[in-house]
Structures are given as C-alpha cells and as structure tokens.
Design a binder for this molecule. Structure first.
Ligand code: UGA
Length: 432
C-alpha cells in the first residue's frame, strides 16, 4: 500500500519506518527541511534503539522516502497518517491542535481519489469529527474517510511495541476503511495483536484513558512507596504481591521519581480538560496530576534529610537525567526540577547520561556534565540513580567513588539494599 506519514516525530517516523519494513511504500513528510535532509542520509534526529538500521535498510530498498513536499506526497498515497504534535497550550490544560488542523486544510486541497485519513496524533475526543468537517468543506464525503488509529509506542521500546502491539485500535464506522486497515495491519494481527474496531470517538478516548490509567498506576505505587518507607516495608514486595493478581497486572508498578515524558503529563492534563468541557468530573486523574507534581518536592525533601539538611557545597552526582532509560528525551523529566533546586542551595552537581550532555543545564554554574560514570562519581558525597539505564546496574561504586562515607540514593531501586549494606555503603531506595 502507498502510505504518507505527515510529521516525522516519534510516532510518524517509527510507524513510517516499520510500515515500510512490512513491505509498504512510505513517504515521510516534514516541514523541517534540515530534518528531512538528515533523514535522507539515514541520520536519525532521535535516540531510539534499532531505528537507524531500519531507516537505512528500507531507504536502500526504495520503500522508504523522505520529503518536504506535502501536496505531492498526499496525492501519491492511498492512506494519509497525521502524526503531528499536540502539545499542551501555554499555561493551560487544553491540547493545542493547530498543527492538526493546518495539515487537514492542506489535505483537503489535495484529494483527487479516495483517501483514508488517519489521525495517529493524540487528540481530544471529537477531533476526528472536526477534521471531517474541515475536509468536507472542499471535498465530497465519498472521497475520504477520517479514522482514528492511536499509537501505543513507548520511547526506547518503540520498534518492538510497533511490531508486537497488544492491540491495533481502529476507530471508524466506515466498513471500507476498516477492511483496508485490517489488511494493512494483518502482519501484526497474525503475530497475535488483538484487532479492535470501535467508534472514532471511542478510539480517541481509549488513547487518553490508557495513558491516564498507566499514570494512575504509577502514582498509586509511588504513594504506597511513601507509606512503605514509614512502615519499614519493601515496596518491591508490595508491587509483586498486588501485581500477581491478574486483574491488576504487574507492569507499571515500579515506584520511582515523578513520571515524565512527552505523553503522560500532557495527556492527563488534556483528559481533565475534556472532562471539564463536557461538565463531568475526572477527580481521580486530577489527583494523580497533583500528586505527581508534588513528587519531586517530596524526593528533594528526602535528599535534604539524607544529607542532614546540609546541601551547601555537597558534591552530588546524578546518574541519568532523562525521564526514563533508553531515550535522550528530557521533556518533563524530574531532573529538571531537582538539579536546579539543589544547585540553588549550593550543591555542586555533576551528571552523566548515556545520551550525552543536556543543554537544559548549560545556564547553571556548578552543574557539570561528565563524559563517563567514573568522572561523574569520583569523590562524590551523594550519588543519585535517577534513571534506570542498564549500565548503572553493575557499577562497583566503592572502587570508583574513592571516598569514605559516600551515600547512594537509588530512585529506581536498581540495587539490592542487602548488597549495599554488606559493602558498608550508606544506601537509600524508594519505598524501602
Ligand atoms: C507512554 C505509554 O507507555 C505508551 O503506551 C504511549 O504510546 C506513549 O506514552 C504515548 O502516548 O506516546 P512513554 O512516555 O514513552 O510511553 O514512556 P513510559 O515507558 O510509559 O514511561 C512514562 C513515565 O513513567 C516515565 O517517567 C517512567 O519512568 C515512568 N514509569 C513507568 C514509572 O515510574 N514506573 C513504572 O512502573 C513505569
């Protein structure tokens, strides 16, 4: 099939590349010329394991192309995927849909034969209805169909998540589109993915509800971790204990810093906005947002008490600063709150991240990037494991810190407290 992906962000690029790998002809379009020039040379703008190899392979085979020419790309394709950003409006909860609508206008000027227009961007319920309205101002309704097909990719695991999704969700009541899309996704369905056809509005809500539910699970376990700390209970036991109940499920029950990234914070806010606009109450999600916003303050308080309220002049090392492992993404990472706070109180911060230096910290005096774990940790008073990269899991801390009485604050619980105790390392985890 001939596919056009509009927007080469996470969702557009990963989906486009994976669809090409399944044998489709794919054009990935973006208005950013330098990005397209790089992609044409197989230079990837994001850190995503395995993506570069797939781009190279499928570009070489001729199935994957990159372009800035949106009109021609739309005309040449049967299925158009809208994969542009939907950030939160400044200082508001509402999603900014300007990019989605501007793309819809361009699509409406370039339809000459039947096209399926798929919204893969995360959009509020009824955005599909609005898109249909915009396009039908110029085009007869029998020449196009607007479908919702949300994506459930995780950064860092995106290719695996695309190839082995739990479900493929198609929101449409149009039988023809449903048949074509079931065929497009048939290689994934035959590997075990559940195929769900719902109304368009339901599909839009399922995307937000899924992210909000996962954010709730994390917030739930984070709050239980606070209680476990007080009662001398290991939160890991609690996660396993409740997660073993199949009705609950064991995933997304790892306690840690505030959840971050480009999705959970934005999507929970947008869902609350939708509920308010529909005059209903999503008090659970509102509470989750509040609790998560307070989480970094809580962990900072803990740092303060670990250091006996003496933050000034302390050498503090952050291992990992991105919002999670296997990504270079800093969006809404809790390190963006913690490092400036500690810096303001006179701490001397060094950080190491496997994805390199972060410009977000350039403006701070006494916040320095180090190119390896050793240089970041040597002579530190406090080592904070902020992100759960594999390369942090087997560090011989005693050997590299070379200082007596250093402290480890393991915000991801990647070390065994017993082993730390045996090595005489002063160790703190989360919820244990
Ligand atoms: C999330 C969803 O997991 C994807 O299904 C969805 O497609 C994506 O958003 C999106 O809407 O595009 P992502 O933001 O890449 O994916 O990252 P997650 O792996 O979900 O992690 C989000 C945050 O939760 C991170 O800060 C992570 O550290 C935290 N987390 C996750 C925990 O603190 N504990 C856990 O047990 C799991």
């Amino acid at each position: 099939m001939k596919l056009c992906m509009i927007g080469t962000g996470y969702v557009g690029l990963v989906s486009g590349v994976c669809f090409a790998d399944l044998g489709n002809d794919v054009i990935c379009v973006d208005k950013d010329l330098s990005k397209i020039n790089s992609l044409q040379k197989s230079i990837i703008p994001i850190y995503e394991p395995g993506l570069e190899e797939l781009v190279r392979k499928n570009s070489k085979s001729g199935r994957l192309k990159f372009s800035t020419d949106l009109s021609t790309s739309i005309q040449k394709s049967d299925i158009i995927f809208i994969c542009v950003g939907t950030p939160t409006k400044k200082n508001k909860y509402e999603a900014d849909l300007s990019q989605v609508y501007s793309v819809a206008n361009i699509i409406s000027k370039n339809i000459k034969s039947f096209k399926i227009i798929i919204n893969k961007s995360t959009v509020p319920v009824m955005t599909g209805d609005k898109l249909e309205k915009i396009i039908s101002k110029k085009i007869k309704k029998n020449l196009f169909s607007v479908v919702s097909n949300p994506e459930f990719l995780r950064e860092g695991e995106a290719i695996r998540d695309f190839i082995y999704p739990d479900r493929v969700l198609i929101g449409t009541s149009d039988k023809r589109s449903n048949r074509i899309l079931k065929n497009l996704y048939s290689p994934l369905i035959s590997k075990g993915a559940k195929y769900l056809n719902t109304s368009r509005r339901a599909a839009e809500l399922i995307k937000y509800a899924s992210n909000a539910f996962l954010a709730t699970k994390i917030t739930f376990i984070n709050e239980l971790a606070n209680l476990s700390e007080k009662l001398d209970i290991n939160i890991e036991d609690v996660s396993i204990g409740i997660g073993s109940d199949k009705r609950i499920g064991s995933r997304f029950l790892r306690a840690g810093p505030a959840y971050g990234g480009s999705c959970f914070p934005k999507d929970t806010r947008a869902l609350v906005y939708t509920s308010k606009a529909s005059k209903t109450n999503l008090s659970v999600i509102e509470t989750v947002i509040k609790s998560n916003n307070k989480r970094s303050d809580l962990l900072l308080k803990r740092i303060n008490s670990i250091l006996n309220k003496k933050i000034k002049n302390k050498k503090i090392t952050f291992l990992g600063v991105t919002f999670k492992a296997n990504t270079d993404d800093m969006r809404e990472s809790s390190s963006l709150k913690m490092i400036p706070y500690l810096n303001k109180r006179g701490a001397k911060i060094r950080y190491y991240d496997p994805t390199g230096k972060k410009s977000e910290f350039d403006k701070f005096k006494n916040v320095n990037y180090k190119p390896n774990i050793k240089e970041a940790c040597v002579n530190s008073d406090l080592i904070i494991i902020h992100t759960e990269w594999n390369e942090f899991k087997l560090i011989d801390l005693k050997r590299i810190v070379k200082k007596r009485n250093f402290i480890v604050y393991d915000m991801r619980n990647i070390y065994s407290p017993e082993k730390m105790r045996k090595q005489n390392i002063k160790y703190f985890g989360v919820g244990r």
